[in-house]
Design a protein around this ligand. Structure first.
Ligand code: ZN
Length: 466
């Protein structure tokens, strides 16, 4: 970057709006996949949309590429700077501008942590239902850019379903303000969707109008042991129909993963023995505390009688609810103990899942007889998380394992990324899930909105030079 550009950029944000030299901490080039290779010499931390717009006007004129940074919790290395990229951190664009109780909306700045939004909604009698493990450090802008999923998608949808309006800055500095609060607004293209899930490649999100839900008055959780996969599927259908719209989570853990969690995560109290083929955490949230728990127990009793589940532990207090969720949340920690290994976040039709897991195991063991696979996920959404490794093999054949798993996902018409995005980590496999015509349209959109390739370049796909 030339000295003149650096001086102009610093003038735009003022003192406190940038970090340089030794002040650039490791967190600006580190994500859950590790410390990046490129320590940036300058970080910009704009405080307003207007400042960001001025930054992009200067970068556009100079042909300077930028990378957007939220909480640095993304799992596909979308926010770690590449060589010569200028990181723009949204950490100072942090705050809730408004909670409008009549429209059940909240307008927030994109650098606001997810948990701060959840807490503010809760304090005012609402629920913001997006929830994931990184809630304390991830930012809502990052949640939008990856269209994050998490634990309550089965009832409330993904991030995309929780957004009514977006303000964003384009590659040339233009501000697109679509801070719509209306549920219905069919006036031409829905421009906010261009910025949701596009991983910062088409524009930089600065503000968001979120859609809030009424705060539930009751919550019940059960942890169940199930003997076979068909019963898991039938149990889910039984709970869906029995609870109506109140089913809020249906999380499944495979036996080897459950035993790994119990073994590796010290804080967990094992709710059931390790003898079942599958474990299900099922949750309901309702509006009638006096009756909801009884209804939940009745429906579980029916499932037990019908042989859909073998055993169940039902929460009796908030503490017990938290304990049961800790088992599910322990999956990430338990899987992390298997490093170095390959991690996956795939979507499949529910009817293909049992075959998929057996076939991954078979193909891996054909190559490495002592391969291990750990599976769990959001079954109601068709989303599995897997960790796979070849035991006693050094170095770990990560690329070969990736190819085996993604080839099978492609054969089954599944998605190579269900909720984490593509970033840098998965772009080699994007074509397993997207047709040439779809990829060509993505290129056309990128060329139209960012012809110089300045925004998060190389994320999702490589841009073809115009
Ligand atoms: Zn997940």
């Amino acid at each position: 970057m030339n000295a003149e550009l650096i001086t102009s950029l610093k003038e735009v944000v003022g003192k406190g709006g940038y970090l340089d030299g030794d002040d650039v901490g490791e967190r600006y080039y580190t994500d859950p996949r590790g410390v990046g290779d490129n320590q940036p010499s300058l970080i910009l931390r704009p405080a307003t949309t207007e400042e960001l717009s001025e930054i992009m006007k200067l970068c556009h004129a100079a042909g300077q590429g930028v990378v957007a940074q939220g909480g640095m919790t993304g799992l596909v290395s979308g926010a770690r700077p590449e060589d010569s990229e200028l990181p723009i951190s949204f950490e100072r664009m942090n705050g809730i501008d408004e909670l409008d109780s009549r429209t059940s909306t909240m307008t927030v700045q994109s650098g606001t942590p997810l948990q701060a939004i959840q807490e503010q909604a809760d304090a005012q009698g609402f629920l913001f239902p997006l929830d994931l493990g990184a809630r304390g450090s991830c930012s809502i802008g990052g949640n939008l850019s990856t269209n994050a999923g998490g634990n309550r998608v089965i009832r409330y949808g993904m991030t995309r379903d929780l957004v009514l309006g977006v303000e964003a800055v384009l590659a040339d500095g233009t501000i697109i303000s679509s801070l719509n609060k209306m549920i219905k607004n069919n006036t031409g293209y829905d421009l906010k969707q261009l910025f949701i899930g596009s991983e910062g490649t088409l524009g930089l999100i600065t503000k968001v109008v979120l859609r809030l839900s009424p705060k539930p008055r009751s919550q019940s959780v059960a942890f169940c042991g199930v003997s076979d996969f068909d019963s898991v599927v039938n149990f889910m259908q039984h709970m869906k129909s029995g609870l109506g719209g109140n089913l809020s989570a249906f999380e499944v853990i495979w036996q080897s993963t459950y035993n790994l969690i119990v073994d590796k995560v010290e804080t967990i109290k094992a709710p059931l023995s390790g003898d079942y083929a599958y474990y299900v955490l099922v949750e309901t949230m309702g509006g009638d505390p006096a009756r909801d728990q009884d209804r939940f127990e009745d429906i579980l009793g029916e499932a037990l009688e019908a042989g859909l589940i073998e055993d169940a532990v039902i929460s009796k207090s908030q503490g017990e609810i938290d304990d049961l969720w800790q088992v599910r949340d322990g999956m990430a920690e338990a899987m992390a103990t298997q490093q170095p290994a390959s991690g996956f976040d795939v979507s499949l039709l529910i009817g293909d899942m049992e075959y998929f897991c057996a076939e991954v195991d078979r193909r891996l063991k054909a190559a490495w007889p002592e391969a291990s696979v750990y599976v769990g996920g959001h079954l109601g959404d068709g989303n599995l998380h897997l960790v796979a490794k070849a035991e006693n093999v050094d170095p770990q054949p990560k690329d070969a394992i990736d190819t085996i798993v993604y080839d099978l996902v492609g054969e089954l018409g599944g998605s190579v990324s269900a909720e984490h995005g593509i970033g840098m980590a998965k772009k080699a496999y994007l074509s397993k899930s997207r047709s040439p015509a779809e990829l060509a349209l993505m290129h056309t959109l990128k060329q139209a909105m960012d012809p110089k390739g300045l925004l998060n370049r190389g994320r999702v796909f490589e841009m073809t030079p115009s």
